[in-house]
Design a protein around this ligand. Structure first.
Ligand code: CP
Length: 315
């Protein structure tokens, strides 16, 4: 009959509801599992080691980075444990380091971390036995993004020697811009940071990086552009210029693309704010490599996980 169950479920709400025999049975069963797991672990070590595991520890939102690390692990045959910070004991005051050590104790050989603080990620790298892979920290670095953007540009141009790559928008708050600049210049490209003065910074960049406030003057001289969103969550006291002015001076739209060369391509690390830094026509247009960036993220992150876990030859 609808609404009835054949057997009653077994619940455990309080230990006082169990008899001593029931408690002992449960503890014996746990010991059996421990023995089985230990034997399995010994067997797997003989066959080349225990099943590798990666932990994802993100205390800022993510779609692309977290999912592509997850897919990368699946492709490599690596287990994933994921701890969304907004549902973790971080909310009860546990530190990121204590949290990371819990993940290590659960078998994580590498921890993929995103945090608003560069120092937190540096601290984990210093103290964790597991490898730490920065999935975007503060405003300083998003190394896997820099690598995947470079991968996409290399797929498009074969070689970045002498290429001129623009990075457009809210550069000063962007960890992507910093990692892109390092990756692109390392491969021989020149990088031009483009945006209003409020969004630019002239110091701390590698050799080969210049700065411009004039998008329309730069576009015909560029081979590619990485468009960045305005990072309102990192801007204190407002962005310093009206949004309508920003859109009219710096939005990458179809009209502006009329001045670019035939090979020119458009990147955006996501998430996009369509109609602000980029028009839908450009985002979805023939020069867009934006979804290729997402796919490249999987392969780049497979390489990072493989290296961090020492998995060469796993598959
Ligand atoms: N590019 C990037 O880091 O995107 P997510 O914030 O969605 O991971």
């Amino acid at each position: 009959m609808l609404g009835t169950k054949d057997t009653s479920p077994w619940n455990l709400i309080e230990l006082s509801s169990l008899s001593a025999v029931e408690i002992k049975d449960l503890l014996d069963r746990a010991a059996q599992f421990r023995k089985g797991l230990a034997a399995e672990s010994a067997n797997s070590r003989e066959m080349g080691g225990p099943r590798p595991r990666v932990a994802l520890l993100f205390s800022e939102p993510s779609t692309r980075t977290s999912l592509s690390f997850r897919v990368a692990c699946q492709e490599l045959g690596v287990d994933v444990v994921e701890l969304p910070a907004d549902r973790s004991s971080l909310l009860k005051g546990e530190s990121m380091l204590d949290t990371a050590q819990v993940l290590e104790a659960l078998g994580a050989g590498a921890i993929v971390v995103r945090d608003k603080s560069d120092e937190v990620i540096d601290g984990l790298a210093e103290h964790c036995r597991a490898g730490v892979l920065n999935a975007g920290g503060g405003t300083k670095a998003h190394p896997s993004q820099g690598l995947l953007d470079a991968r996409v540009l290399l797929d498009h141009f074969e070689n970045l020697e002498g290429r001129r790559i623009g990075i457009l928008g809210d550069v000063v708050h962007s960890r992507v811009a910093r990692s892109d600049a390092v990756a692109f210049t390392a491969l021989g490209a020149e990088v031009v940071l483009i945006g209003p003065p409020e969004f630019l910074s002239e110091t701390g960049w590698p050799k080969g990086v210049s700065v411009s406030t004039d998008l329309d003057a730069e576009l015909p001289r560029l081979d590619a552009i990485q468009v960045l969103r305005i990072q309102h969550e990192r801007i204190e006291g407002g962005m310093g210029l009206p949004l309508s002015d920003y859109i009219s001076e710096y939005q990458l739209d179809e009209k502006r693309l009329e001045s670019v060369n035939s090979e020119f391509c458009v990147l955006h690390p996501g998430p996009m704010n369509r109609g602000v830094e980029i028009s839908s026509g450009v985002a979805d247009g023939p020069r867009s490599q934006i979804l290729d960036q997402v796919s490249a993220g999987v392969y780049v992150r497979m390489a990072l996980v493989e290296k961090s876990l020492g998995l060469k030859g796993l598959k």
